[in-house]
Design a protein around this ligand. Structure first.
Ligand SMILES: [Fe+2]
Length: 285
């Protein structure tokens, strides 16, 4: 019997499990985003067998989280409130066919209102806010719903091209019931003019994928005389999947040759591998 060498990634309409379309992700090696030159793999990726604990843990319980974990205005407050525009950010986490993803851990981290991270390697001149830490976490409820309170992060400059600025953004990590499921992405704010000039977003293949990363202002969730609100829904898989950072498409090295200085070997960052997470968490990006 003839067996094709390639498997179609087009899922059947009634399929319950949709394979992730890795071809829809940006290339790993995209020189316009200069950091990708050093971070992208030079050799073919290899798959490592996953351990039992990677696929059976963690199990999150609400009592393990603190009461202020989803309140970035208060969870680092020392002598007052965090400075900046007060926001509620909320939305739903869905699977590939629209079912709610309940009890998922949603972790967020961001710069403060002046665009500075509370991190020793962040040397940006923007002031640190003594009352703002910039990290939070929460579990989705039975409907896949999550919400947190924060201040609007500021844009910040970074060393890519001269005068490159990151749009205001919030980093997200979503963990299900296995460490290898951890997914990482960034949320942007509707109307930010820096979105169009961002070199990182510039390597995202389609407008639709970029739109999926932009939270919309949601006046229905405004808190009167207190906060505005943004809505950011996340789809884990399928045709409407949110673009996640920790999936690597092989670089097109045919005829190009690997650029000098890149790592000699690379482990394929599985969904949520420690390497992928560390790379993302440590990056000022
Ligand atoms: Fe960032």
């Amino acid at each position: 019997m003839h067996r094709p060498h390639t498997v179609s990634r087009t899922p059947a309409p009634d399929a319950e499990y949709l394979m992730r379309d890795t071809t829809s992700h940006p290339l790993a090696y995209t020189p316009a985003y200069k950091t990708s030159v050093l971070r992208s793999p030079r050799l073919s990726l290899i798959s490592l067998q996953q351990s039992l604990s990677e696929v059976t843990a963690p199990v999150f319980r609400a009592e393990e989280l603190g009461p202020k974990d989803n309140d970035l205005i208060l969870n680092y407050a020392k002598s007052g409130l965090a400075i900046g525009e007060r926001l509620v950010v909320h939305g739903y986490v869905h699977d590939q066919i629209g079912r709610p993803v309940k009890n998922a851990l949603v972790e967020v981290w961001q710069s403060n209102a002046s665009g500075r991270y509370r991190h020793k390697k962040d040397q940006y001149i923007g002031a640190l806010d003594p009352n703002f830490g910039g990290c939070g976490r929460m579990l989705t409820d039975a409907n896949g719903y999550y919400a947190f309170r924060t201040i609007k992060p500021g844009p910040y400059p970074w060393r890519n091209r001269v005068n490159d600025w990151r749009p205001a953004h919030i980093h997200y990590a979503i963990s299900g019931d296995g460490w290898v499921q951890r997914l990482i992405t960034q949320m942007y704010f509707e109307g930010d003019p820096l979105i169009r000039s961002c070199p990182i977003l510039g390597v995202v293949p389609s407008e639709e994928q970029i739109r999926g990363l932009i939270a919309l202002q949601d006046s229905s969730a405004f808190v009167p005389l207190d906060s505005r609100a943004y809505r950011f829904d996340i789809v884990l898989r399928g045709h409407r999947a949110t673009l996640f950072e920790n999936h690597v498409q092989q670089a097109p090295l045919e005829g190009a040759g690997p650029p000098p200085g890149r790592a000699k070997a690379a482990r394929a960052p599985s969904e949520g591998s420690a390497a992928a997470s560390a790379a993302s968490l440590g990056a000022r990006s």
